[in-house]
Design a protein around this ligand. Structure first.
Ligand SMILES: Nc1ncnc2c1ncn2[C@@H]1O[C@H](COP(=O)(O)OP(=O)(O)O)[C@@H](O)[C@H]1O
Ligand SMILES: [Mg+2]
Length: 311
C-alpha cells in the first residue's frame, strides 16, 4: 500500500519545482500587466491632453498670427519714423525762432529722446522673440495633437530621413558634439516619414541639450530585429536621474528653463511611435549618457489591424 502511495504522490522536489515555475510565470505575467497598464495610462493621457492641446493651439494660433504679422509691419513703420526723426534733427539748425528751438529742446529732454530711440529697438527685438517663442509653442502643440488626415504612409529609406534631419539640427549640435553614424543594413520601412524625422529630431536635440562642458558624442545606430527595424540614439550627456525617468514621456514634463523646453518633444515622439505600433525605450546612466531605442515594424499591415481593434 505504501508503495502505491509513493508512486502516485509527487515528490516534494517536484512540487517545489512546479510551485517555483508557476511563481515565475505569475511574476512574468504581472510584469507584462504592469507594462500594459503603464502604456494604457500613457496613451489615455496623451489622447486627452492631445484634444486639449488642439483646442488651445487653435484658439491661440489666430491672434498670434495677426500679432506676428502686424509686428512685422510695425517694425518697418518704427524704422521709417526713426529715419524721419533723424532728418528732422538735422534740420533743426535751420530753425531761426529761439522759442521753437527751446520748446523742442525741452520736449526732447522730457521724453529722453536719445534713450527712447535706442530702447525702442531693444523692446521691438525682445517682443519679436517673445512672439516667435509663442508661435513655436503653438506649432509644437499643433504637431503634438495633429490628426493625420494629410499624412501619407510611405515606404521610406530611414537613413535618408535621419541624414536630412541631422542636417537640419546641425546648428544645435555642432558646437557640442560629434555625430557618429553606425548604420546597419536595413530595408525600407512603411511609415509616416516626416513624423519619424520629427522623433529623431526631438531625441537628437535632447541629446545635444544634455551635453555641456567638454565636447560630447551622439551616436546613431540602426539595425533589424525579426520584422522590425531599430534605431538607437546615444548621447554622452548628463543622463536622466532615476527619479524622473518615468515622467520624461509625460506631456509638458521638462527640466529645462522657460523658453528652452516645452516638455512636449518626448510625449509627441511617444505618440508617433505608438501610432506606428512600434516601441520607444530609454536607458540612462547619470553622468555617462542616455540611449533611446526605437523599434518600428517594417510593414504597416499589422499596425493597421491593431489600431482598428483599439479604436
Ligand atoms: N538625452 C537626454 N539626456 C538627459 N535628459 C533628457 C534627455 N532626453 C530627455 N531628457 C529629459 O526629459 C525631459 C523631457 O524631454 P522633452 O519631452 O523633449 O521636453 P523638453 O526637451 O522640452 O524639456 C527633459 O526636460 C529632460 O529632463
Ligand atoms: Mg526636447
Amino acid at each position: 500500500m505504501n508503495d502505491n502511495v509513493d508512486k502516485v504522490a509527487p515528490t516534494r522536489e517536484s512540487v517545489e519545482a512546479e510551485l517555483l515555475r508557476r511563481n515565475q510565470e505569475l511574476t512574468e505575467l504581472n510584469e507584462k500587466l504592469s507594462l500594459a497598464q503603464a502604456q494604457l495610462l500613457q496613451s489615455e493621457k496623451l489622447a486627452s491632453i492631445g484634444q486639449l492641446a488642439a483646442g488651445v493651439a487653435h484658439e491661440i494660433n489666430n491672434p498670434i498670427s495677426f500679432v506676428f504679422s502686424n509686428f512685422g509691419t510695425l517694425q518697418t513703420y518704427v524704422d521709417s519714423l526713426l529715419r524721419v526723426l533723424v532728418r528732422y534733427e538735422e534740420a533743426e539748425r535751420f530753425i531761426a525762432d529761439p522759442d521753437v528751438l527751446r520748446s523742442i529742446a525741452d520736449l526732447r529732454e522730457q521724453v529722453d529722446l536719445a534713450f527712447l530711440q535706442d530702447d525702442v529697438q531693444v523692446l521691438m527685438a525682445e517682443s519679436r522673440e517673445g512672439i516667435e517663442r509663442v508661435r513655436r509653442i503653438v506649432q509644437d502643440l499643433k504637431d503634438f495633437s495633429r490628426v493625420d488626415a494629410h499624412q501619407e504612409w510611405q515606404w521610406a529609406d530611414l537613413h535618408q530621413g535621419i541624414d536630412s534631419t541631422l542636417n537640419i539640427v546641425n546648428n544645435e549640435v555642432k558646437y557640442k558634439a560629434d555625430i557618429v553614424r553606425e548604420y546597419g543594413d536595413i530595408p525600407e520601412v512603411e511609415c509616416l516619414p516626416s513624423q519619424i524625422n520629427q522623433v529623431i529630431m526631438n531625441i537628437v536635440v535632447n541629446g545635444a541639450q544634455a551635453i555641456s562642458g567638454p565636447r560630447g558624442r551622439i551616436t546613431v545606430r540602426t539595425g533589424t530585429r525579426e520584422d522590425h527595424v531599430w534605431i538607437e540614439i546615444a548621447d554622452t550627456g548628463c543622463g536622466i536621474p532615476p527619479a524622473i525617468r518615468s515622467r520624461i514621456f509625460d506631456p509638458f514634463f521638462t527640466t529645462k528653463p522657460v523658453g528652452t523646453g516645452t516638455g512636449l518633444g518626448l510625449s509627441l515622439s511617444y505618440g508617433i511611435i505608438q501610432k506606428h505600433r512600434g516601441s520607444i525605450a530609454v536607458q540612462s546612466e547619470e553622468g555617462a549618457g542616455t540611449t533611446f531605442r526605437i523599434e518600428l515594424p517594417i510593414r504597416r499591415a499589422d499596425a493597421d489591424d491593431a489600431l482598428e481593434t483599439l479604436s
